[in-house]
Design a protein around this ligand. Structure first.
Ligand code: NAD
Length: 482
């Protein structure tokens, strides 16, 4: 059954003013899954107006009450977790096991984390000798525009909605048009939770129409964006002349650095997970695997068979490791990089094509084999550009200095993982790799209190914990003469 989505505006579920719909396809089958309202400036204007009307009351609602409502949303997500995980899997092509164990637990955790963080708010005071007392007020900024991508739909949208609302802002969210289903369900849950109308509004549609209208709306002074670097640049260009406050969480081309002193029993499965979770479609995936030369042969001997054993299959099958990539267009883009790798003189150690033997249901789905490539220099496009698919490259390095140099030879700076048994080296290298997050002997181990953000082409500003609470508020200093 094809589901017809509605925009969530002022507490109601509405069609777009255009009356038109976009088709949302199921990546595993290529079949229509949902109809998405094609929203534009008129819908965004209605949503922003609703959010502006709601702002006065919501920003004055006691923190305990805001907290209660957000906790109720978290409870409802948990209560529907299985249904939502299934829809996330259908909409994105991700294995249902991943949706169950990563996406859904994290979506409710985001609401819980910020719902409880605001109960422990404190602010600073600065005494100027015996002359004055300064104290800092933090106030919500008004209507926030929240724009999210398709790879972790509810996980990333809730990561923005929860701190924006918790701190007393109202919001208009624009989920990805490639995976909007769980955002639509979230609207239903907000209604059920009793969230006052207009506090959260969700407008569906394309980035070029609905997204751009949201960014350029004069009443939206705060924009939190997660998505591709090119889109981030467009948004920054539109937002800068109006002096909007912006966080941009963008692409990555992250190194996984394996030193010969690492425990391969831990490092090989860890690097495998970092490489291929969600078909390699997580901004934090480790797609450039750098290996100390003395361990290279042994790593390849263990890693390549492990990749070949990953089960590519129906995302709804709990035994599937690798589902479908998000769209036919995205698969073609990934395949163009496989072609490029071949022309750049690479060796394909495994994968490199479309898998055979998929179940009948998935015959027309957008699947690719997990692929391992070697023999490319770090300056090749395949090593420089974000592929965002199940494709990794292997590159040997001679020593620590070369490992750091190769890791930093990138326009991006999002994350890195280091695999080593030498703690001193781990601290030293972590300090030198130019990126926002470094994992040591782990990957995607997340504590919601820590700052999160990219450097260079990967991002501007930070989210997470206190950073998010600060981003969604303005600091005001009050100076009282003593
Ligand atoms: P995308 O940039 O194409 O789209 C992201 C969102 O922006 C979508 O909702 C889209 O509709 C909207 N959008 C597009 N054009 C717009 C415009 N002109 N104005 C306003 N909004 C617009 O990205 P995607 O393909 O959905 O996601 C994949 C990318 O996201 C990858 O590059 C990945 O690395 C990145 N990503 C980064 C992080 C992070 O935290 N750094 C997390 C997840 C994904």
């Amino acid at each position: 059954m094809v589901i017809t989505l509605g925009n969530y505006i002022d507490g109601a579920l509405l069609p777009a003013a255009s009356g038109a719909y976009l088709e949302d396809l199921e990546p595993a089958t290529g079949r229509p899954l949902a109809r998405i309202p094609v929203s534009g400036a008129e819908d965004v204007t209605r949503a922003v107006a609703a959010a502006e009307r709601a702002f006065g009351d919501w920003s004055r609602t006691p923190a305990a009450e805001r907290s209660r409502l957000l906790l109720r949303i978290a409870e409802l997500i948990d209560a529907r977790a299985e249904e939502l995980a299934r829809e996330e899997s259908l909409d994105t092509g991700k294995p249902i096991t991943l949706a169950r164990t990563l996406d859904l637990p994290r979506a409710s955790a985001n609401f819980r984390f910020f719902a409880t963080a605001i109960l422990h708010e404190h602010s600073e005071a600065h005494v100027t000798d015996h002359a004055a007392l300064n104290y800092t007020l933090r106030r919500p900024r008004g209507v926030c525009g929240l724009i999210s991508p398709w790879n972790l739909p509810l996980y990333l949208l809730s990561w923005k909605i929860a701190p924006a609302l918790a701190t007393g802002n109202t919001a208009v969210a624009k989920p990805s048009e490639l995976a909007p289903l769980t955002a639509f369900r979230l609207a239903e849950l907000c209604r059920e939770a009793g969230l006052p109308k207009g506090v959260l509004n969700i407008v569906h549609g394309t980035g070029a129409a609905a997204g751009a209208a949201l960014v350029s709306h004069p009443a939206v002074r705060t924009i939190s964006f997660t998505g591709g670097t090119a889109t981030g640049a467009t948004i920054a260009g539109a937002a800068a002349p109006a002096f909007k406050k912006l966080t941009l969480e963008m692409g990555g081309k992250n190194p996984a650095i394996l030193f010969a002193d690492a425990d391969l029993e831990v490092a090989v499965p860890g690097i495998l997970r970092a490489a291929f979770t969600n078909q390699g479609q997580i901004c934090l995936c480790g797609s450039r695997i750098l290996i100390e030369a003395s361990a290279y042969a042994e790593f390849v001997r263990r890693f390549v068979p492990a990749v070949q054993q990953l089960r590519v299959g129906d995302p709804l099958d709990p035994g599937t490791d690798i589902g479908a990539v998000v769209s036919a267009t995205h698969r073609s883009k990934i395949e163009s990089y496989l072609e490029l790798a071949r022309t750049e003189g690479a060796t394909i150690l495994c994968g490199g094509g479309r898998p055979a033997g998929l179940p009948e249901r998935c015959r027309n789905g957008f699947f690719l084999e997990p692929t391992v490539i070697s023999g490319l220099s770090m300056s090749c496009r395949v090593n420089q550009e974000e592929i965002f698919g199940p494709v990794v490259t292997l590159t040997p390095f001679a020593d620590e200095a070369e490992a750091v140099a190769l890791a930093n030879q990138s326009p991006y700076g999002l994350a890195a993982s280091l695999w080593t048994g030498n703690l001193t080296r781990a601290h030293r290298v972590a300090d030198q790799v130019a990126c926002g997050t470094v994992w040591v002997n782990s990957w995607l181990l997340r504590d919601l209190r820590v700052p999160f953000g990219g450097m260079a082409q990967s991002g501007l500003g930070a989210e997470g914990g206190d950073e998010a609470l600060r981003f969604f508020t303005d600091a005001k200093n009050v100076c009282v003469k003593l």
